[in-house]
Design a protein around this ligand. Structure first.
Ligand SMILES: CC(C)(COP(=O)(O)OP(=O)(O)OC[C@H]1O[C@@H](n2cnc3c(N)ncnc32)[C@H](O)[C@@H]1OP(=O)(O)O)[C@@H](O)C(=O)NCCC(=O)NCCS
Length: 181
């Protein structure tokens, strides 16, 4: 799915939110590795390196061509500083459900990029015809939870052993959902 929008951030800078393209593969890999090293709130670590540039190119091309999925990046002054995605949960009886993910370079937290990316994902999910957006978030991740709640997401369950962190052991995951229609 293709998407593009420019937003003004809290510090008055312009941020371009657009769907990533195959030519962004290396930059997207770099930001993925950076964000996955910066926090313990994501599902994997940067050093686990599951993919290479060719895989990433194919992955981003497929997302761009899809009418049900999107991979967004946020750029300031031409630099990718965050990404977010909408992925289908499945087909048939779960075809109305999609999953949202978001991660931003820590140096750019707190200026409105998270809200802009999650809002863009919700817009994409509506365009794709989904009736529910879902996500899982570590229960200690109070900033993210407050962002999701402010956009209408509600909690529908908890998994006390959702992640096993290298740093702190079990991490509880909160399941959240947003109805779109
Ligand atoms: C969670 C994350 C996406 C938020 O992005 P961000 O750009 O810092 O968020 P924003 O600046 O757009 O803030 C949006 C809202 O989030 C909330 N928020 C963000 N950081 C917060 C914090 N440290 N404490 C409390 N609330 C916070 C606020 O409610 C804020 O509301 P406001 O717009 O009325 O001020 C970002 O911190 C991040 O990438 N974290 C690491 C990866 C991660 O945790 N991803 C989510 C996995 S489920």
């Amino acid at each position: 799915m293709k998407y593009t929008k420019t937003v003004t951030l809290k510090d008055s800078r312009q941020c371009l939110i657009r769907s990533a393209e195959s030519g962004d593969a290396r930059d997207v890999m770099d930001i993925f590795l950076l964000t996955h090293d910066q926090t313990d709130f994501l599902a994997s670590y940067g050093d686990e390196g599951f993919f290479d540039v060719d895989f990433e190119r194919r992955f981003l091309s497929a997302k761009e061509a899809s009418d049900k999925e999107v991979y967004l990046c946020s750029l300031i002054d031409g630099q990718i500083v965050g990404t977010a995605s909408i992925d289908a949960i499945g087909r048939s009886k779960v075809g109305h459900r999609c999953e949202l993910g978001v991660a931003i370079d820590m140096d750019f937290w707190g200026i409105g990029i998270g809200r802009a990316l999650v809002t863009a994902c919700i817009d994409c999910a509506k365009s794709a015809g989904y009736s529910q957006v879902e996500l899982e978030v570590v229960s200690d991740n109070t900033g993210a939870i407050s962002l999701y709640e402010s956009l209408g997401f509600i909690e529908f369950g908890r998994n006390p052993r959702g992640f096993r962190s290298r740093v702190c052991g079990w991490q509880e995951l909160v399941s959240m959902r947003l109805e779109l229609d």
